[in-house]
Design a binder for this molecule. Structure first.
Ligand SMILES: Cc1cc2nc3c(=O)[nH]c(=O)nc-3n(C[C@H](O)[C@H](O)[C@H](O)COP(=O)(O)O)c2cc1C
Length: 334
């Protein structure tokens, strides 16, 4: 955890050292973002995959609007077809290709239903079908019809109570965590919204006591409970999916949101969890990456410790600020 603020003004030497250390750590992040992202065009398979996902998302987005322009999205269709052509010839058919084909097929059906001319889109799609084979299930892409009543039925939990019953847990029962619970928590986290549906998050999961101890040996902030944990997640984001300067911090946002859902997923499985900060300088970051084998194009967002709850245990009150301090309803605009 970060140290508490100094009470004396820092000396010039210490300020210079801090500035240098900040610079070196920013440079560490800069290099990784620049080399992993496709800000200068797609290079790796993951960049190309990301590009296909991004373009497919743009078409799905258009199809989900209440009144999209007739025959919208042809520019994206051309780009998507060109990218998919290259992808298929380099890597063959995989789930990214299936997604791209399904979205294209569904876009053609959609724009045809608008009365638009789909001849060009069909002509572009045909060679992709020839190269990769037809779409087995067009419903894998496009849009689907949903009903407010169905949403209300499945979303009907008292979410405030659910949240108020969650605490960071720092006392655990000595019981193995079932893989099925982990899988369900990760499935729930996969439903987290992500920027342009890029789904950049990955979870490295450890439940073996020796592995947990080795991973936690790089972490600062689990004193007094790390050895009780039944598992630890390391949540990362793949930077290969970002492609603009403005997105340089997007991975931290998407990763943080994913991590929160993951922690709530554990809570919903009846497990306890505690976020374990990854506020780590580059030396520690390098050590954890080397230990786990995290590739250079991923950033570590956070660790999450978890395990079975004891029958009874203590948690900090962690009193929340008043609602009035947080919610600014209709502040005056300038
Ligand atoms: C990103 C993040 C990192 C955290 N890191 C740690 C940590 O390293 N160790 C720890 O014991 N708690 C950690 N926490 C838990 C917070 O201390 C806790 O969420 C906060 O005090 C509020 O308490 P509650 O979660 O019980 O409501 C972290 C929380 C977040 C969101």
């Amino acid at each position: 955890m970060s140290s508490t603020a100094a009470t004396q003004p820092a000396s010039l030497r210490s300020r210079l050292l801090t500035a240098w250390s900040l610079f070196v750590n920013y440079a560490y992040d800069y290099r990784r973002f620049r080399s992993a992202s496709f800000i200068e065009g797609p290079r790796t398979r993951e960049n190309r995959r990301a590009h296909i996902h991004l373009l497919a998302h743009t078409l799905e987005y258009g199809m989900s609007l209440s009144d999209p322009r007739k025959g919208f999205g042809m520019e994206k269709v051309r780009l998507l077809c060109a990218e998919m052509q290259e992808y298929i010839s380099a890597y063959g058919r995989d789930e990214t290709v299936e997604l791209g084909l399904a979205v294209m097929a569904s876009h053609i059906a959609f724009t045809a239903s608008q009365g638009a001319d789909t001849a060009e889109a069909r002509r572009l799609l045909q060679p992709l079908f020839s190269a990769a084979g037809p779409v087995p299930n067009a419903a894998l892409g496009g849009t689907e019809q949903v009903r407010a009543t169905d949403i209300a039925k499945d979303a009907c939990i008292d979410f405030v109570s659910f949240m108020e019953r969650r605490n960071s847990v720092r006392q655990y029962a000595d019981r193995q965590v079932e893989l099925e619970k982990i899988r369900r928590a990760v499935r729930a986290a996969q439903q987290t919204p992500s920027s342009c549906n890029r789904q950049t998050c990955k979870v490295y999961a450890f439940t073996d006591k020796r592995s947990i101890a080795r991973v936690l040996s790089h972490h600062d902030g689990n004193r007094g409970f790390g050895d009780q944990l039944g598992g630890v997640f390391v949540v990362t984001v793949d930077l290969s999916h970002w492609n603009s300067v403005g997105e340089r911090n997007q991975g931290w946002v998407d990763g943080g949101m994913f991590a929160m859902t993951l922690a709530l997923g554990l809570h919903a499985e009846g497990l306890g969890a505690c976020m374990l900060n990854w506020s780590a300088p580059r030396e520690r970051d390098k050590a954890l990456r080397a230990c786990i084998g995290i590739p250079d194009h991923e950033i570590v967002i956070t660790l999450i410790g978890f395990g079975h709850l004891r029958d009874e245990f203590r948690v900090p009150v962690s009193r929340r600020k008043s609602l009035e301090m947080v919610l600014r309803h209709e502040p005056p605009l300038n």
